[in-house]
Design a protein around this ligand. Structure first.
Ligand code: ADP
Length: 492
């Protein structure tokens, strides 16, 4: 079986995909890219773990007869893998193959700190090749994502590339978050299941230091490398942002490009957002004001509707720059009319900060600990401004959602934030948000005050909102750029 003439056969390997399994942007990107490639007529098939949290019945997943109870040996470990087939939920869903192995994927969370974490995803990666072989499917592109599937290029080079089915396959690695690299002890080298002799292809310096770094091997061996914004592609080649991988990235600079993520407008569009009872567009902003009133009441915020409402929806991790808020937010809240709605979960110190802020500013600050898709849509729609002071941000999605929802982003100039938010210039009336440079609390405080000053000038604020709402972040552009990367590889 092959793709239609002029179309590509693309195998997308991912540890998470929306709406089946999601902890962050990776899931949204793989879901939207699969959908968009499928809509473009490409033979795209997505492979991902069958986590115990996925509802098999709701998905109507069917076993693939040729892919049942396949033995997989990784070092001393033995697994039995089966594969289920389904369609990604939603209109125009692409085919998805779920790798079923309860011993590996039946855990309380998608990711763990268990000692076999590396095995869970080495198994996924090898199961994908075994599945393609069982399906007699010959992908032109294996598109891996993040550390979890970053060994695919090495496995293709050392073993699978010898098979006729994969002899012409090429690989792409997309780095969604370089902060997570899949490092495990060199003592577990046998878990890779490499043929004897092929361990010379592992990064020798890391091995000598007693570790194996999954992401580094994707960087070294993928045919093309992408990350999720042009600015971040430049950043990760530097020591400041490269997280110890900048030397390997610089050695592959010619293969590296940045493709800014898109927005899935089926999910995120204030004109038809299924999570919201009211809708609005740039010419009819009354719906947004009405949503804000309902939201304030629902969340127990007692500030007047005219008081600006800031939103935060985030993983609560060091990457997100929450510690800048420790100093800046209490100061600004103490001095100016401002309400805050924050949603997130993660490190205890950040959760404690928001919980403490809620106690210090009752009726003005609300914090929901946890992951809540519906509430995240409400915060985007009801808010006036949205805070993303990230230390680093490969692409970031929430600032783009904010722009679409007329919720002015206040962001640090890094990665995808720099590529998607243009600082507002009151002189020309151009720009879509407030952007600050330095990673320190006074810079965030300045940005917040600047945003609040603009909010106090309705002509500027409405202009800012409308500028943002008129930006196009559709997946068509990003998909076109990915297809360009695939075509260059397959033509080479
Ligand atoms: P990252 O992938 O680094 O977490 P992104 O901005 O690229 O950051 O993507 C985060 C995605 O996860 C967004 O769609 C955001 O709305 C969502 N998200 C993050 N935390 C939560 C939460 N607590 N509840 C609901 N959605 C969340």
């Amino acid at each position: 079986m092959s793709a239609a003439p002029g179309k590509l056969a693309v195998c997308l390997l991912t540890s998470e995909v929306a709406p089946l399994s999601k902890t962050g942007g990776l899931a949204e990107v793989t879901g939207a890219l699969a959908k968009s490639l499928h809509a473009g007529g490409h033979d795209v098939r997505l492979f991902t773990p069958f986590y115990s949290s996925i509802d098999r019945a709701a998905l109507a997943a069917r076993p693939v007869p040729a892919l049942e109870q396949l033995p997989l040996a990784l070092g001393a470990h033995r697994y039995l893998i089966s594969v289920l087939e389904a369609q990604l939920p939603g209109a125009g869903g692409a085919p998805v193959y779920l790798i079923d192995c309860p011993a590996l994927y039946s855990r309380a969370t998608l990711y763990t700190s268990d000692p076999d974490e590396h095995l869970r995803f080495i198994a996924l990666t090898r199961a994908v090749f075994a599945s393609c072989a069982g399906l007699n499917w010959s992908p032109q592109i294996f598109h891996c994502n993040d550390w979890h599937t970053a060994f695919a290029p090495l496995f293709l080079r050392t073993e699978y590339g010898q098979e006729a089915l994969f002899a012409r396959s090429r690989t792409v690695l997309t780095i969604h978050n370089i902060g997570y690299q899949g490092i495990f002890p060199a003592a577990d080298i046998a878990d890779l299941g490499l043929p004897p002799g092929d361990s010379r292809l592992l990064h020798q310096h890391d091995l000598a230091a007693g570790r194996i770094n999954a992401l580094r091997h994707g960087i070294l061996y993928a045919g093309a490398l992408t990350t999720v914004s042009p600015t971040h592609a430049r950043e990760i080649c530097t020591a400041q942002y490269g997280m110890g991988l900048d030397d390997s990235l610089r050695s592959r600079e010619d293969a590296l490009s940045g493709i800014l993520n898109g927005v899935d407008y089926d999910e995120w569009d204030p004109r038809r957002d299924p999570c919201l009872p009211l809708h609005y567009d740039p010419d009819h902003l009354a719906g947004k004001a009405a949503l804000k009133r309902r939201f304030l009441a629902r969340m127990g915020l007692t500030t007047a509707p005219e008081v600006p409402l800031a939103g935060v929806v985030s993983r609560l991790a060091a990457q997100k720059g929450i510690e800048l808020m420790f100093e800046a937010l209490p100061k600004v809240l103490a001095k100016r009319p401002l309400a805050l709605a924050a949603l997130g979960s993660g490190e205890a110190k950040y959760e404690q900060f928001f919980a403490g802020l809620m106690r210090s500013f009752p009726g003005r600050v609300v914090f929901e600990s946890g992951y809540d898709e519906e509430l995240s849509h409400w915060i985007e729609a009801a808010g006036d401004l949205f805070l993303m002071p990230s230390r680093y941000e490969p692409s970031g999605l929430n600032q783009m959602y904010s722009l679409c929802y007329g919720t002015v982003p206040v962001v640090r100039r890094t990665g995808g934030l720099a590529d998607s938010v243009e600082p507002y210039d009151p002189q020309s009336g151009r720009g879509t948000g407030v952007v600050f440079n330095d990673f320190d609390p006074p810079a965030l405080e300045w940005a917040l005050n600047t945003a609040l000053d603009l909010y106090a000038q309705p002509a500027h604020w409405t202009r800012l909102m409308r500028n943002g709402m008129s930006r196009d972040f559709s997946w068509q552009r990003a998909t076109g750029e990915y297809v360009g990367v695939y075509r260059r590889l397959t033509a080479a």
